[in-house]
Design a protein around this ligand. Structure first.
Ligand code: BGC
Length: 397
């Protein structure tokens, strides 16, 4: 009897042990399954698609590449000008809307447009009188903005066809754009081998990385020219957006928007954005600098705390709650309040783009640096690599 009792106890213990091992195995399997599924859906939610976007007059086909992340954020880029045609992000209620000015078809970008969403090179911003010298040789560039050179000339990087490679990683997706700008193209010396990578991650961050090498001493200053309207409604102006710029000084300009060379303290001027304030708050103040720019169209000298990426500016639309942070490795940022938009260009949503319906935050070296000795150098030598990085991070408040 006693032996029977003991063997029953053993049997019971064995059964319990067996069952618990079984359950553990099942749970572990379930766990692995869940992780696998999560990884699968993470991959599935980061996707790149491609479609036709029309043809250039030369017959060359233009493609639109669309990157989408897990939150439904969308970034569309075309191989003409490396232009960001659509950038869709959620508002505080989760509504996903387009926040960059642009056009629905290629034709819009082929008629003279103010660099909507484009990559700008070889030199973002102005070079006085379209001239600069390197080692005693003077180079002459197109004077395509009055007497000055603007955004790389008549056929800058915004109007060339880039070669695009799609990149898919576990945590991010990217479009890598490549363009070889030949020696003396638009008057600039050196074959400039240029790569720009747009990377999208699931934390609603778009990273833009610029890299370039040359075979002859040259100057480079690349940037991205998206016009933002965080309301998602292009019929609304941007004067209610709150902007902050991490800068103690800015660069005053002459009548032709070339920096005078002075570094002016922002304190006590309408150019003080150290604390966020609406674009509209002081834009119409009666000051010479605002009159010259027809509003804000100046370069701020960033307080870069450290080497690498640091916070340059923020933009916030209180109504939609959309918030954008701009981080960069560059020493300057051009804040342009869309003053030259005049209601003649047709918007994606049916209306037109009115004055101040979009603003730009263009990270860059200072305008006219090739002619201004006190500005950080924009010279690129054959043994060097130009590297610049900017991050646009979207969230809601
Ligand atoms: C400049 C403006 C110019 C605009 C081109 C901006 O980067 O600062 O002065 O009008 O580009 O549309």
């Amino acid at each position: 009897m006693k032996t029977l009792k003991i063997s029953m106890q053993f049997l019971l213990l064995f059964a319990v042990l067996f069952l618990s091992v079984q359950c553990k195995g099942k749970a572990e399997k379930e766990g692995t399954k869940q992780t696998e599924n999560a990884m699968k859906s993470q991959k599935a939610s980061l996707a790149i698609s491609q479609e036709d976007f029309g043809k250039l007059p030369t017959g060359e086909s233009i493609q639109k590449y669309t990157m989408t992340n897990a939150n439904g954020m969308v970034v569309s880029v075309i191989n003409y000008g490396g232009i960001i045609t659509h950038l869709e992000v959620p508002d505080k209620k989760g509504k996903i809307e387009d926040v960059v000015l642009g056009f629905d078809s290629l034709e819009g970008y082929l008629t003279p447009a103010p660099y909507f969403g484009a990559l700008i090179g070889r030199y973002g911003n102005r070079i006085a009188d379209g001239k600069f010298s390197l080692d005693g040789t003077q180079y002459t560039l197109a004077q395509n903005d009055g007497q000055n050179h603007l955004h790389g000339g008549n056929k800058g990087f915004d109007k060339v066809v880039w070669e695009i490679t799609k990149i898919t990683n576990a945590e991010s997706i990217a479009l890598q754009l490549h363009y070889l700008s030949e020696d003396m193209e638009e008057g600039y010396p050196g074959n400039l081998n240029t790569t720009v990578t747009y990377t999208l991650t699931n934390d609603n961050t778009l990273k833009v990385k610029y890299e370039a090498t040359t075979d002859k001493k040259t100057v480079v200053n690349l940037t991205q020219h998206s016009y933002f309207n965080l309301s998602g409604d292009f019929s609304k102006g941007i004067l209610d957006h709150e902007i902050s710029i991490n800068a103690d000084t800015f660069l005053p300009v002459d009548e032709t928007l070339i920096p005078t060379g002075e570094f002016k303290e922002v304190a006590g001027t309408p150019f003080d954005f150290k604390q966020a304030k609406t674009i509209g708050k002081q834009i119409n103040e009666d000051t010479e600098q605002l009159k010259r720019g027809l509003g804000y169209d100046h370069c701020w000298v960033l307080n870069s705390e450290a080497q690498g990426l640091s916070l340059a500016a923020t933009a916030y639309d209180p109504e939609s709650g959309r918030y954008m942070e701009v981080l960069t490795t560059e020493p300057g940022i051009q804040f342009y309040s869309g003053n030259f938009l005049d209601g003649t260009l047709k918007s994606k949503s049916g209306g037109t783009y009115a004055k101040r319906s979009g603003f730009c935050l263009e990270t860059q070296h200072y305008p006219d640096s090739p002619n201004q000795e006190d500005f950080p150098s924009v010279v690129l030598n054959p043994d060097e690599t130009y590297i610049s990085e900017t991050i646009f991070k979207f969230s809601v408040k």
